[in-house]
Ligand binder design. Structure first.
Ligand SMILES: Cc1cc2nc3c(=O)[nH]c(=O)nc-3n(C[C@H](O)[C@H](O)[C@H](O)COP(=O)(O)OP(=O)(O)OC[C@H]3O[C@@H](n4cnc5c(N)ncnc54)[C@H](O)[C@@H]3O)c2cc1C
Length: 307
C-alpha cells in the first residue's frame, strides 16, 4: 500500500510544488542526490572514481512541452559531455525520451537522441536511454532502434516487471543493442506487469541469464542494474558457470543506495557504475525511491524531528 501511495505522490503536481520547499524533505533527498547543480554531480563522480566506481549522469526531470524545451535538454547534455571532456572525466549520460520530445513526436526524440549519440561518440562516450512507464515502451523501442541503426554507443533500459520484456529483450539483442536491466519503478496494472515481487525477481534472473548467454556468444556490453545483492550473487554464480568473466558485464546502482555493496563488488573485480542524479526536479524521482523502500521514510522522519 505504501508503495502505491508514494507512486501516487510522484504524480501529484501539487505535492511537487509544496514538499520541495520544506527543509526536512530537502535534507532527506541529499542522501540520493548530491545536489541540484551539474558541479555537485561532477564532484560525486570524482569521489566515486576515487573508490574505483564508474558513473553515469542524469539530470532529473520528465516531460517537456515544446520542441524548444526538448532542444534545451539536449543542449544541456551536450554541455555535460563538453564539461567532462574539458576536465578529463568519463561519466556516461542517461536520458529520458520524454525530456527529448517523445510526447511531441517520435521523430523529435529520435533527432535529439541521435544528436547526443553523435556528440558522445566524438568524445568516446556513451548514452543510456531510461525506460519510463509502460505507455511509452513501444515508442521508446522504436526510437532506440532508430538511434542504434546509426550509433553503437547507445544502450536501453528494460524493466523485468513487464510481462512483455522477454520479447523486447530479443528485439534489442536482435539489433546488437546494449541493455540496462532493471526491475522497474512505476505503478503498472497486473495485466501489464507482474504484481508479485517474487515473479519480478525470477523474471529478472532469467533475463539476466539470457544477457549472459548473449555476451558469451556475441560479446558486447550489457548492464545489470539492481541493488538486490542476493539476486546479484545468483547472477554472478550463473556468470561464472557460463564462463562469463566479471568485466564482461557491468553492475549498476543508484547514488546513495547500497554504497558499501558498490565498493565491495568493485573490490571483488566487478565493473560497477553508479547513476548520479542532479537537478531541481527531483520530487517525482525521490517519491519513486521512497516507494521502493518504505524504510527510507524513517530517514525522512528523522530529518523532520531533527529540525
Ligand atoms: C542504474 C539504474 C538505472 C535505473 N533506471 C531505471 C529506468 O530507466 N526505469 C525504471 O523504471 N527504473 C529504473 N531504475 C530503478 C529500478 O527499476 C528499481 O526501481 C530500483 O533499482 C529498485 O529495485 P532493485 O532492483 O534495487 O530491487 P529491490 O528488490 O527493490 O531492492 C533490493 C534491495 O536494495 C535496496 N534498495 C532498493 N531500493 C532502495 C531505495 N530506494 N533506498 C534504499 N535501499 C534500496 C534494499 O536493501 C532492497 O532490499 C534504475 C535503477 C538503477 C540502479
Amino acid at each position: 500500500m505504501l508503495r502505491r501511495f508514494f507512486l501516487w505522490c510522484s504524480e501529484s503536481g501539487w505535492l511537487a510544488r509544496q514538499l520541495p520547499q520544506m527543509p526536512f524533505v530537502r535534507r532527506s533527498v541529499q542522501r540520493f542526490v548530491p545536489g541540484e547543480k551539474l558541479d555537485d554531480a561532477l564532484g560525486a563522480v570524482d569521489r566515486l572514481g576515487e573508490a574505483g566506481l564508474s558513473s553515469v549522469l542524469t539530470r532529473l526531470g520528465e516531460h517537456v512541452h515544446s520542441e524548444e524545451e526538448a532542444a534545451a535538454v539536449a543542449a544541456h547534455y551536450v554541455h555535460v559531455l563538453e564539461q567532462e571532456e574539458a576536465t578529463g572525466r568519463a561519466a556516461e549520460i542517461s536520458v529520458k525520451l520524454t525530456q527529448l520530445g517523445l510526447e511531441q513526436s517520435t521523430a523529435m526524440a529520435l533527432r535529439n537522441l541521435r544528436h547526443l549519440c553523435a556528440e558522445a561518440a566524438h568524445r568516446d562516450n556513451f548514452v543510456w536511454v531510461d525506460m519510463e512507464d509502460s505507455s511509452y515502451v513501444d515508442q521508446t523501442l522504436e526510437v532506440y532502434r532508430g538511434a542504434r541503426a546509426e550509433h553503437d554507443n547507445v544502450g536501453l533500459c528494460l524493466q523485468a516487471y513487464l510481462r512483455r520484456t522477454a520479447a523486447d529483450l530479443e528485439t534489442v539483442l536482435g539489433v546488437h543493442g546494449t541493455v540496462r536491466l532493471v526491475k522497474g519503478a512505476y505503478d503498472e496494472p497486473a495485466d501489464v506487469a507482474f504484481p508479485d515481487k517474487a515473479d519480478v525477481d525470477e523474471n529478472y534472473f532469467s533475463l539476466a541469464v539470457r544477457l549472459l548467454e548473449h555476451i558469451r556468444e556475441e560479446g558486447g556490453r550489457q548492464g545489470l542494474a539492481t541493488h538486490d545483492v542476493g539476486l546479484l550473487e545468483r547472477v554472478r554464480t550463473a556468470a561464472r558457470a557460463a564462463g562469463v568473466p566479471p568485466h564482461a558485464y557491468e553492475i549498476q546502482m543508484l547514488y546513495g543506495i547500497q554504497p558499501e555493496a558498490q565498493k565491495r563488488l568493485a573490490a571483488e573485480g566487478e565493473h560497477v557504475r553508479v547513476l548520479v542524479s542532479y537537478g531541481s526536479e527531483w520530487f517525482a524521482w525521490y517519491m519513486r525511491r521512497l516507494a521502493e523502500r518504505p524504510a527510507n521514510v524513517t530517514f525522512v522522519l528523522r530529518n523532520l524531528l531533527s529540525g
